[in-house]
Write a protein that binds this ligand. Structure first.
Ligand code: ADP
Ligand code: ASP
Ligand code: MG
Length: 426
């Protein structure tokens, strides 16, 4: 008997029929003798629907008071789906109880709409498990030190599940979703994409941080920090398939490295359409400019991703970086309003029709020339690269958004991912 955490995404919870299926699947695990904690997302489309209502009433992105209400609003999606799942389990004859984040409590900081989990008190949940109940904990939400409801950023139910699994030292955290595992790239964009039997934690971390939405980045960070055994699998298999077969399906995130392993150079391709590029033009090239620009941006709680500074000419330089699209206007306004006059820069311009495409693979460490192969492939397709950023196991380029699918498909072919997926992390 083990303590297992299941997480079900929005599509998996998308209708009462699907919720009933989830309940039956969870009941199967419970009846097999496991202690079950289940973390559901809101029913598909619900979070978008709620946030769109707020936008109708107030399109401008305002300050903290507005963020607080967005979280108050968005958190209702998970509260509803969790209660529905508890009801569905009760209908299956299982003793089940659901808790909102604040009831557990899952404590977070007060960064509304992107709060971070600080601690989880599992006493209540443990007592219920000991009494033989299935416990359902809302995904995506927590409570700040003042008792306000917070949410963890889009896709945050993954993080709730892994954090609960870490706090409770669960034997495994299973992320049930609408694809049957982690693929070499998004199978909805490249139908030839292959499922990975296993993927290393480091590769998963890069893929998630480069935009593969199959797992929220923070969930992977938690899994790494607390060594939570993590698996991504389908919620669309029949609920009554053999439990052991189900438990070994999908993709396992692994923490051990097999040094002798024959590796593919590139394991996967990620892309991200959620960024925008901001450029400060004609900045006097002197010490401290990066700090003056990026310090102001960071102070506004805006995360910066790819950064480039061009060679200076006549003592002036251009400085570009990318931010999340949601922060695009805010960043432009901030730079134009405060930073530009103080810096004596010529102008601030932006482009929110860009995307970032990344190749990821531990195999890149031991192979030279991988990045140049990527650049050649894109150049053969006539795709202009606007920015580049690299790390030991990934290379990312920023390109025009309209070439995204073309770039991903070409790179998938270039690195033989339609053929060699099975060798990647075995
Ligand atoms: P959930 O609602 O279950 O959390 P998400 O939509 O957040 O589901 O994540 C699953 C989706 O992630 C898939 O439907 C797929 O389109 C997308 N995806 C992106 N990259 C990958 C990848 N490398 N492997 C599998 N799925 C991916
Ligand atoms: N419901 C939230 C969202 O749509 C959280 C999640 O699904 O993980 O972003
Ligand atoms: Mg998700």
């Amino acid at each position: 008997m083990a303590l297992i955490v299941h997480k079900y995404g929005g599509t998996s919870m998308g209708s009462t029929e699907r919720i009933r299926n989830v309940a039956r699947r969870v009941a199967k695990w419970h009846k097999a003798g496991h202690q079950m904690v289940v973390v559901p997302s809101a029913m598909s489309g619900e979070t978008n629907r709620l946030l769109a209502l707020a936008k109708e009433l107030q399109p401008a992105q305002l300050g903290k008071a507005y963020g607080r209400e967005l979280d108050m609003l968005a958190a209702t999606g998970e509260q509803a789906s969790s209660a529905l799942l508890a009801i569905a389990l009760q209908a299956e004859g299982i003793d089940a109880v659901s808790y909102a984040g604040w009831q557990v409590p899952i404590k977070t900081n007060d960064a509304y709409t992107k709060a971070r989990i600080e601690s989880i008190d599992d006493v209540r949940v443990r007592a219920d498990l000991a009494a033989g109940k299935v416990v359902i904990v809302t995904g995506f939400q927590g409570v700040d030190p003042d008792g306000n409801i917070t949410t963890l950023g889009r896709g945050g139910s993954d993080t709730s599940a892994v954090a609960v699994a870490a706090a409770m030292k669960a034997a495994e955290c299973l992320i049930y979703t609408d694809v049957d595992g982690v693929y070499t790239t998004d199978p909805r964009v490249v139908p030839e994409a292959k499922r990975l039997e296993r993927v290393s934690f480091e590769e998963m971390l890069e893929m998630a941080s480069m935009g593969s939405k199959v797992l929220q980045i923070r969930s992977v960070e938690f899994a790494g920090k607390y060594k939570v055994p993590l698996r991504v699998l389908s919620s669309f298999t029949p609920w009554d398939i053999d439990l052991n077969e189900e438990a070994s399906s999908g993709t396992l995130i692994t923490f051990e490295e097999d040094e002798d392993m024959e590796r593919a150079v590139v394991s996967g391709i990620a892309f991200n359409r959620d960024e925008a590029k901001v450029s400060v033009l004609g900045v006097p090239d002197k010490p401290g400019i990066a700090y003056q620009i990026l310090g102001a941006v960071a102070a506004a709680n805006v995360e910066v991703d790819v950064i480039i500074q061009n060679l200076s000419k006549d003592g002036k330089t251009d400085f570009s970086f990318t931010v999340h699209r949601n922060d695009f206007q805010k960043t432009l306004d901030l730079l134009k309003g405060q930073v530009l006059p103080a810096l004596g820069a010529a102008d601030v311009v932006g482009d929110n029709r860009i995307c970032k495409v990344s190749i990821v693979g531990i195999g890149m460490r031991s192979h030279v020339g991988v990045a140049s192969r990527m650049f050649k492939c894109l150049s053969d397709e006539g795709i202009n690269i606007q920015m580049i950023s690299t790390s030991e196991i990934k290379t990312s380029v920023v390109i025009d958004e309209k070439y995204m699918e073309l770039a991903v498909r070409a790179l998938h072919r270039e690195f033989d991912l339609d053929q060699t997926a099975d060798t990647i992390s075995k």
